[in-house]
Design a protein around this ligand. Structure first.
Ligand SMILES: [Zn+2]
Length: 257
């Protein structure tokens, strides 16, 4: 039994990038190599399509939140080499645009455009929804919540010509109402972060991977579970404060209406 079967990355950069949301392509390569070398199986597209990722299979899924261009440019070639697919979660309102919600003095990262998402999907990668505007979904009105969760699914399905079955909560924030809407909109699974519950299909726990992690193996190991969950909850709590910073400084739109 693992701490979690799902790894969560954000951006992949060309070189070293001192940011909690990026790791370099060389480090990602090292991670894939060590998983591969330890004979860890990876979930396939069929596992997802057949809705069997909780049927006791010991496999790992690599996920990338926010669908940044860096994932397309640098993660795709590395993972293709090892025959591994990933899952990316795109905020549907940010396709081809720059990130505007992260609290950073630097220019935001760019999200994949339509063609990149179509190409990834054709290569067997899983495209999931990350809502529409990357907002704290717990703060949404019923109407806005439906738009964030159901309409983003529809938009991606029209774009890719495929059923979208996965959702990831922006900032990992959710409550019962948000989970119920995910089920109502017809998703099979929804991913949280360290705040997730291991065996709840609408709040799946994921282990965030940072540039300080030289290997992903300890993150998956039950022995170190509490330590990494605590670390990841601390980092996530800073990320979830982003809407508050934004409100204080009056930048960007991160509040759900
Ligand atoms: Zn995100």
């Amino acid at each position: 039994m693992r701490c979690s079967n799902i790894l969560m990355y954000h951006n992949i950069s060309n070189g070293f990038d001192f940011s909690f949301r990026s790791i370099s392509k060389d480090l990602l390569k090292k991670h894939i190599k060590s998983l591969y070398g330890n004979k860890i199986r990876f979930f396939t597209n069929e596992d997802i399509a057949q809705n069997t990722i909780f049927d006791g299979k010991d496999a790992v899924l690599i996920t990338f939140d926010d669908a940044y261009e860096g994932v397309y440019n640098y993660a795709l070639p590395v993972m293709e080499k090892y025959g591994v697919i990933g899952a990316v979660f795109i905020p549907a309102g940010y396709i081809g645009k720059f990130n505007s919600w992260d609290f950073s003095p630097f220019r935001g990262l760019k999200h994949m455009d339509k063609n990149m998402l179509i190409n990834l999907s054709k290569k067997g990668w899983i495209i999931g929804s990350h809502g529409f505007n990357h907002v704290d979904l717990r703060k949404c009105s019923d109407k806005a919540l439906k738009m964030e969760i159901c309409d983003s699914k529809k938009l991606l399905e029209d774009l890719l010509g495929k059923r979208i079955s996965l959702f990831a909560y922006p900032f990992g924030l959710y409550n019962k109402k948000v989970m119920d809407m995910v089920a109502e909109c017809g998703y099979d699974y929804a991913f949280a972060t360290a705040t997730g519950i291991k065996r709840n299909r609408f709040a799946i726990r994921r282990m965030a991977v940072y540039f300080i992690d030289r290997s992903p193996l300890p993150l998956l190991n039950k022995k170190y579970c509490h330590m990494y969950l605590l670390r990841n909850r601390i980092v996530a709590s800073f990320a979830s404060l982003t809407p508050l910073y934004k409100r204080l400084f009056g930048i960007g739109k991160v509040q759900c209406q």
